[in-house]
Design a protein around this ligand. Structure first.
Ligand code: ADP
Ligand code: MG
Length: 681
């Protein structure tokens, strides 16, 4: 059996790796033999089937088996530095010219009348069949052609052929002697192949079935490891002694005084939260619910319990305007119980700020609501016991922790309006318990959604005018992606210009975008809220939950460019008041995928369903955008493709941790080891 130390051997000892190649491999993050053999292919090319020359199609990658009928001819092209090498080959159906550039060594390789395999891109011009820069094998061999070939993510000047050979050498040096990394019972129960087979076949499968078997095992292992780590993180966290909030002060005591009846879902999550608060465990809970599902009131009621038990509460929102909105909501409900709420945001004056900081430290403020200013060092509490962060994805785990450290193991409630499928929530927030509000308050107006193409533009504009004339307001959202601002800014500016100075010139039109100064943005939002603006043109900055009940129309330009989750978030900006509301998705393009996605939006308003569909139609990578969500970086697993495995692994990991929390049983020894190591194997 091969020892771990041997896998840690420098990659330079692998056959075929000289000093030059070491550097190239290092650039790819490959330092050891282990790195090398776990450098998985990016994709595979099926070079398994030859086709006849007369069947070749333009612009396809194909494999032919053919006999040379000429020598390699050198042709000087008009472009300097470009020498073309041409070889003519035939099979029993036709003739094909093989073309390479600047590869003089090829001149001596081919012999007339011999049979070779060529795999490459086909070009057909005026009946002339060419294959450009193919890889090849002497017939009968299949080093580069004639089977499934792995393709690796590479830097320039390291060729696929080279890395393939090096990896092959690395694997050969191991001789199938890797020690199994998963316990026997896991392999058996889940029908997984052993580690040696998996590693070998992930690189060099004979057919796609072998590839599937190998990949399945490696994905399983990677996801299992992640799940075990997350679950053990969570069970560690709950060990810490947390605050026990009074079981004499019940949330129910004030529920009857609310201006509405709580939904069943709200009652259920409140019970979960209250139980958690009363226990000695520190609460780390994610409260998920669609926009408008009533998360805020839940946090207000929990805050009531915390304050009445004698603790201070901090509420952190991503923007000033949201913080201000929260202050209103909290005061509305809580001031009659003598609870003192204060706002601390970026433009709080220095004088005011100092007063607030002093009062906070003296314990004269019960609930402080603010933006990330709350995590500044100067902000100190007398006894912070409960934290609410709204719209979680705008804050990192770090910021959450900084705030937590201002108290003594305070309970934390994280609110997120991004509905994500539960399985994924478990990954993203594996260290948190999850409560879900999956029901909207009964008084909600349905939002009618239409997906339209450009032809209907005029009618849409008339429709908007009619509603504004009746006193409503509208949002128009453009797909200005913040990272690409330069590229698309022009397009957006012209849309703004068209709306502002032409189509809606008789109305008050404003626009707002991400890179504006926060103050400016807040000012515009304030004006829109107060009805001083009829139409607000914007980027997705309005995604975050500002409440403008009078806005009843949302138009989304180039809707096909947004993810469904984003469209759903945006749509949640309307339908917040007593008026019937509309969401109009203008889209371009006519692909099956676009139509399917539009269909999802027009047929349901259930955020969780939409997020499932989004995942299905786009893939997890797109769904989560960048790494801002803190999603782990997988070596082989893909959360979209592997959702079934993930679900399975989730259940298995939970069972394992429930039965053997610290992985101390003998049968779990390998799992324990796996969790102690950073990288697989
Ligand atoms: P979220 O934060 O989940 O987006 P909010 O808490 O802001 O949603 O609630 C949206 C609106 O619905 C608020 O005006 C709130 O007062 C109201 N609301 C909350 N719960 C209920 C309920 N059970 N019945 C009626 N209205 C509710
Ligand atoms: Mg909210």
């Amino acid at each position: 059996m091969i020892k771990l130390q041997e896998l840690e051997k420098d990659v330079k000892y692998v056959k075929g790796v000289g000093p030059n190649r070491v550097q190239l491999l290092n650039k790819l993050g490959i330092y050891t033999l282990k790195d090398l053999i776990t450098y998985y292919p990016r994709e595979y090319e099926d070079r398994g089937k030859t086709i006849k020359i007369y069947k070749l199609e333009d612009e396809t990658e194909s494999l032919i088996e053919a006999i040379t009928i000429s020598n390699v001819i050198e042709i000087h092209t008009k472009k300097r530095n470009m020498t073309m090498y041409k070889l003519t080959v035939k099979d029993d159906t036709g003739i094909c010219n093989i073309i390479w550039y600047n590869k003089s060594y090829l001149k001596t390789i081919f012999k007339i009348g011999h049979r070779y395999n060529f795999y490459g891109k086909v070009k057909i011009k005026n009946g002339n069949i060419e294959m450009i820069e193919p890889t090849f094998d002497i017939n009968g061999q299949n080093n580069n052609t004639g089977k499934i070939i792995p393709l690796y993510p590479l830097t320039w000047n390291l060729s696929q052929n080279t890395i393939r050979k090096i990896i092959k050498n690395g694997l050969d040096s191991i001789e199938d002697k890797l020690i199994e990394t998963l316990p026997d019972y896991i392999l058996k129960e889940n029908n997984l192949c052993d580690i040696n087979y998996a590693i070998k076949k992930i690189h060099f499968p004979e057919d796609f079935n072998e590839f599937k078997i190998a990949r399945n095992r490696l994905v399983f292992e990677e996801l299992l490891k992640m799940q075990l780590l997350l679950l053990s993180l969570k069970s560690n966290a709950t060990e810490i002694n947390g605050i026990q909030f009074s079981n004499k002060i019940k949330i129910n005591d004030i529920v009857d005084k609310l201006p509405f009846k709580l939904t069943n879902a709200q009652n259920r999550v409140l019970k979960e939260i209250e139980q958690n608060m009363e226990s000695t465990k520190t609460m780390n809970r994610l409260l998920q619910g669609d926009v408008g599902s009533g998360k805020t009131i839940v946090s207000i009621l929990a805050a009531y319990k915390a304050v009445k038990t004698g603790y201070q509460v901090a509420v952190m929102a991503p923007t000033s305007i949201l913080a201000t909105q929260h202050l209103e909501s909290f005061e509305n409900i809580l001031s009659e119980y003598g609870i003192r709420c204060k706002l601390l945001i970026g433009n709080t004056t220095a004088k005011n700020k100092q007063i607030i900081l002093d009062e906070l430290k003296e314990g004269k403020i019960d609930i402080i609501i603010g933006t990330h200013t709350l995590i500044e060092e100067k902000v100190q509490f007398k006894n912070l016991g409960f934290i609410v962060t709204d719209e979680q994805h705008r804050f990192g785990v770090k910021q959450r922790n900084i705030l937590s450290e201002k108290g003594n193991n305070p309970d934390v409630l994280v609110m997120s309006a991004t509905p994500i499928p539960r399985t994924l929530a478990l990954i993203l927030y594996g260290d948190l318990d999850i409560s879900i509000i999956d029901e909207l308050p009964p008084n909600r107006k349905k939002i009618e959604t239409y997906a339209v193409t450009k032809q209907l533009e005029d009618r849409i504009n008339i429709f908007i005018k009619k509603h504004i004339d009746e006193g409503r307001q509208a949002y128009i959202v453009c797909p200005l992606v913040e990272e690409n601002e330069d590229i698309k800014a022009e397009a957006v500016m012209s849309i703004i210009d068209k709306y502002k100075n032409d189509i809606f010139k008789d109305y008050k039109v404003e626009y707002i975008y991400g890179k504006m100064k926060q103050k400016e943005k807040d000012g515009i939002m304030e004006n829109f809220k107060n009805g001083k603006i009829d139409i607000l043109i914007s980027t997705t900055v309005i995604e975050v939950g500002v409440n403008v009940p009078n806005a009843s129309i949302m138009v989304i330009e180039s809707a096909q460019r947004f993810g469904l989750a984003t469209l759903h978030q945006l749509r949640g900006r309307v339908g917040r008041g007593e008026y019937k509301s509309y969401c109009i998705l203008k889209y371009e393009g006519n692909s099956e995928l676009i139509r399917k996605r539009m269909k999802v939006m027009t047929s349901t308003t259930d955020g969780f369903l939409i997020s499932e569909k989004d995942l299905e139609l786009r893939g997890a990578g797109d769904f989560f955008g960048t790494k801002q969500h803190g999603l782990p970086d997988f070596k082989i697993a893909n959360l979209f493709e592997d959702i079934t495995i993930l679900k399975k692994v989730q259940a298995i990991a939970t069972k394992i941790i429930n039965e053997d929390k610290f992985l101390e049983e003998e049968k779990n020894e390998k799992l324990k080891k796996m969790c102690e190591q950073k990288i697989l194997l």
